[in-house]
Design a protein around this ligand. Structure first.
Ligand code: CA
Ligand code: CA
Length: 291
């Protein structure tokens, strides 16, 4: 039976006349009992209630529901306003960050452009003056850029052999750390490449764990500094028997140029390619000049 259908009441029952066969007792105390009475009929109060009062009571209930609805609507509107405000605030922050990133990139480009190679021209005067003039120099055959030296190989080798060759020159397959560096290499390869397929190995591989690209210094590839060409890397496995592991080494270059800088491709590591080696430039602090 649903609890709502019953009302509880404490009633006091007075003991009536003693029955004849009931033992004589000196007690005249009353007994108490708790009983449940089914609510099957409207109460006397309800029956006697004025119909107008009943309408007013019903009206109050409707008014209360409206108040609740209005409050809920206001709360919902406030939540929507707050969410919209937060989205606008976040968008503004993203815009500021993008602007900051662009400024940093421009500053880096400007800074790197100021890093110049040391002059190889010897002063002609008998006693040249020594001035403080920082510069960077690279060995013959290496190209200086932004304080680093780059070597663009002339022969073709597998990725592993190319890496060994770079190490033999006290360098390493190139690791690309900035958009600026990618821009420099992409531009350079336009001139160096002889044809569309004459791409260059860079120091990036996923041969240890498929899909987890790491640089030769074991640092992971950052998403913000990836320059994969369209639909790359695709880990194509060609004829499955020959290359069951797919493509695990990265090469770069577009002979015709890649204005969006996206010119990385994964390829079979055994494929012979030219490569880009990199090492730090030797920093010269002084320069000899004539007065
Ligand atoms: Ca792969
Ligand atoms: Ca590929």
């Amino acid at each position: 039976m649903p609890e709502a259908e019953v009302v509880y009441s404490d009633v006091k029952l007075a003991r009536g006349k003693k029955r004849a066969n009931e033992a004589v007792t000196t007690s005249t105390d009353s007994t108490y009992s708790e009983i449940k009475i089914l609510k099957t009929q409207p109460s006397t109060a309800e029956l006697s209630e004025d119909p107008q009062q009943a309408v007013v009571r019903k009206g109050s209930k409707v008014t209360s529901e409206r108040v609740v609805l209005v409050v809920l609507s206001v709360l919902l509107a406030a939540a929507l306003c707050f969410t919209t405000f937060e989205i606008i605030k976040t968008n503004k922050k993203v815009k500021y960050l993008e602007d900051d990133k662009m400024k940093c990139d421009n500053n880096l480009t400007e800074t790197l452009s100021k890093i110049k190679p040391c002059s190889t021209v010897q002063p002609t005067c008998p006693v040249p003056k020594v001035i403080d003039d920082p510069c960077y120099k690279c060995e013959e055959g290496w190209e200086q850029h932004g304080g680093k030296c780059y070597y663009f190989s002339t022969s073709k080798s597998s990725w592993e052999q190319s890496r060994d060759e770079c190490r033999a020159k006290r360098g390493e397959l190139v690791k690309i750390d900035s958009i600026e560096e990618q821009r420099f290499l992409e531009r350079k390869l336009r001139d160096v490449m002889t044809d569309y397929e004459d791409k260059f190995w860079i120091g990036l591989t996923d041969s240890a764990v498929e899909g987890r690209w790491v640089w030769v210094d074991r640092s992971p590839l950052h998403q913000s500094l990836t320059f994969w060409s369209n639909n790359e890397p695709d880990n194509w496995n060609g004829t499955h028997e020959e290359h069951p592991d797919g493509e695990d080494c990265a090469r770069m270059g577009e002979k015709g140029g890649a204005d969006d800088l996206k010119c990385w491709f994964d390829a079979f590591c055994s494929k012979p390619h030219r490569s880009i080696c990199e090492k730090a430039g030797v920093r010269g602090k002084f320069k000899k000049v004539c007065d």
